[in-house]
Design a protein around this ligand. Structure first.
Ligand SMILES: *[C@@H]1O[C@H](CO)[C@@H](O)[C@H](O)[C@H]1NC(C)=O
Ligand SMILES: *[C@@H]1O[C@H](CO)[C@@H](O)[C@H](O)[C@H]1NC(C)=O
Ligand SMILES: *[C@@H]1O[C@H](CO)[C@@H](O)[C@H](O)[C@H]1NC(C)=O
Ligand SMILES: *[C@@H]1O[C@H](CO)[C@@H](O)[C@H](O)[C@H]1NC(C)=O
Ligand SMILES: *[C@@H]1O[C@H](CO)[C@@H](O)[C@H](O)[C@H]1NC(C)=O
Ligand SMILES: *[C@@H]1O[C@H](CO)[C@@H](O)[C@H](O)[C@H]1NC(C)=O
Length: 512
């Protein structure tokens, strides 16, 4: 997904005023996890509906303080000093036969999750303040099923919208989910309120501390006297691709439904937990004007997490349910509520957060003398493992391990569901990162219950050399080093070892 900070691409029914001031646009290449988690609304429990979650990998069901965000060792977004979390409801498509399927984001496929763009901008000439430590907020209301003010002169009613993008033209933004085929992408746009009451970090309703500016523009204008402090504008842009939803004749049937059971799209919402280094963000909003030019981001923010590092920055799903593939009901059994009256907050399927994560993405081969090392990257100029290789449309983990053992190699890596690579060593730059779950999601072509890497990612196994044979553990590692040369704490959060097999891994949709 892309996380962008920009006003440049803003397009709304109520044409926002031209913004002045600095802005930048942050494309997030990956995302951490898709699951029923929402530490703002539902701390410590499995939440009502599925979210697509991005940002720092210290994300968890409970995020007790700003400090928790700072324990991240990576982010699915590029800026190293932004360990914030950003999430939105997952978008599904309900086929005419009633089944639900997840709608992929642009750039998704090859077993990789894609990101969103987080736009940050300051508008006007007024003093703009960075989000304080401990700050959180919501935009939108999951239960909304109508928005009579959309398109009118009250800017705040236009802040959340959809846009159907065609290859040759863009339709105007709408408040409702357009239920038709958008041949380039369907874009979800969530503009957060930017006027703060100046003291509340996170009120019980998670939103009354913030307001949109008064007047016709949700992104610009004077703050109301109740919320006088102008914070950085933040704007999510998420592009969904719809070509996998067409039938054999190229027609679109069925309907799009947000994870909370919203077929109208008025219930689109976004959540934000601040994990920025606060003085750093303050300095950047005053000095960085990269605009839409992503090549200008390093000039503002120094070394970024590479796209590969962002893709590899994931966390294991903790909730024991399927959220992709063909689903008979929305995860949590959320009923579809059409509106236009506000949806009822109906009980959903309760699930406990297990002590041990249920879903793991490797196969325990220790009894056969191989240990899982983690998810390695294969994006370098040459192959990470170049000793021997085999492609097999019936690939399994044991099939690859046997192949490499037969060739006398001690490392075996499986990529893209079908490819097996062997060697005796792997370059350090491509080795699995300690403490990171990695971006290996593709089912093995020969056994969909097993994981066989992804595009550019290898499920890596190593032959045990006679000593103890144990799979790699996963702990959050050392926090992101201070790129300005200062010291960082080495606080570590333990993460339990993951030994059980993934119950059922659904085929990944490939987007061409
Ligand atoms: C967060 O970390 C800082 C610096 O280590 C510490 O002073 C503060 O007490 C911590 N706050 C919480 C809520 O844990
Ligand atoms: C329901 O429809 C979808 C899309 O046409 C199809 O892929 C799926 O196999 C169907 N499921 C059943 C149970 O018929
Ligand atoms: C503008 O709309 C918002 C809700 O979208 C509402 O809270 C606010 O009162 C409206 N303002 C005016 C001036 O009508
Ligand atoms: C695929 O592999 C499995 C297990 O090794 C084997 O039982 C099956 O016959 C193979 N299928 C094909 C089409 O080769
Ligand atoms: C995959 O798992 C399902 C459910 O546990 C099981 O029924 C099926 O036989 C497994 N398939 C293979 C190839 O192991
Ligand atoms: C995440 O939360 C779960 C449940 O609250 C807890 O068991 C687990 O240890 C937490 N993980 C980390 C890395 O803190």
């Amino acid at each position: 997904m892309q996380f962008a900070v920009a006003l440049g691409l803003l397009a709304s029914a109520a044409a926002p005023a031209a913004a002045s001031g600095n802005f930048f646009r942050i494309p997030c290449a990956g995302r951490l996890v898709d699951e029923r988690a929402d530490p703002i609304i539902s701390p410590d429990v499995v939440s009502q509906h599925v979210h697509e979650i991005a940002g720092g990998n210290a994300f968890n069901f409970s995020m007790p303080s700003y400090n928790t965000t700072q324990q991240s060792s990576c982010s699915s977004c590029p800026i190293k000093k932004d360990l914030s979390n950003y999430w939105t409801p997952k978008l599904y498509w309900q086929a005419p036969n009633g089944s639900f399927f997840d709608v992929p984001r642009l750039g998704e496929g090859l077993g990789q999750r894609a990101g969103m763009t987080v736009n940050r901008a300051q508008t006007g000439q007024e003093h703009v303040q960075a989000f304080p430590a401990g700050f959180r907020m919501l935009a939108g209301n999951p239960f909304a099923r109508s928005n009579p003010g959309f398109g009118g002169s009250n800017g705040s009613a236009n802040a959340i919208n959809w846009q159907c993008l065609h290859n040759s033209y863009h339709e105007p933004a709408t408040g409702n989910l357009p239920n038709k085929y958008c041949d380039y992408a369907l874009r979800a746009q969530i503009f957060f309120p930017s006027c703060w009451d100046g003291h509340t970090l996170d009120p019980p309703d998670h939103s009354s501390h913030m307001s949109y500016p008064v007047g016709p523009n949700y992104d610009n204008g004077d703050c109301p006297s109740t919320h006088p402090v102008k914070l950085v504008n933040i704007f999510f842009e998420i592009d969904y691709v719809m070509n996998t939803l067409l039938d054999d004749s190229g027609n679109f049937h069925g309907r799009l439904v947000l994870a909370q059971g919203d077929p109208t799209g008025y219930g689109l919402h976004g959540d934000f937990i601040n994990g920025w280094d606060v003085p750093y963000l303050q300095e950047k909003i005053e000095s960085c004007n990269a605009g839409d030019d992503q090549s200008a981001l390093p000039g503002c923010f120094g070394t970024l997490f590479t796209n590969d590092e962002q893709h590899q920055c994931t966390i294991p799903p903790m909730v024991d349910e399927d959220v992709t593939g063909e689903l008979k009901a929305l995860p949590g059994n959320n009923p579809v509520q059409n509106g236009p009256t506000t949806a009822a907050n109906l009980p959903v399927k309760e699930l406990a957060i297990p002590a041990t994560p249920p879903a793991v993405d490797y196969t325990d081969m220790t009894a056969q003398g191989w240990s899982y090392q983690g998810c390695a990257s294969d994006t370098g100029s040459g192959r990470a493992l170049s000793g021997a290789s085999q492609t097999d449309n019936n690939m399994t983990v044991s099939g690859c391990l046997d192949f490499c053992a037969g060739k006398g190699y001690s490392l075996a890596g499986i990529e893209y569901g079908t490819q097996c690579y062997c060697d005796n060593s792997i370059p350090a730059s491509q080795a699995p990162v300690k403490g990171q779950w990695g971006g290996c999601y593709m089912p093995c072509a020969g056994n969909a219950n097993e994981t066989c890497g992804a595009g550019d990612a290898l499920s890596l196994y190593k032959k045990c050399d006679g000593g103890a044979c144990t799979n790699a553990g996963f702990e959050l590692g050392t926090p992101v080093p201070d790129t300005d040369g200062g010291s960082t704490s080495t606080r570590k959060a333990r993460r339990s070892h993951l030994e059980r097999h993934r119950r059922s891994l659904r085929p990944v949709q490939i987007v061409s």
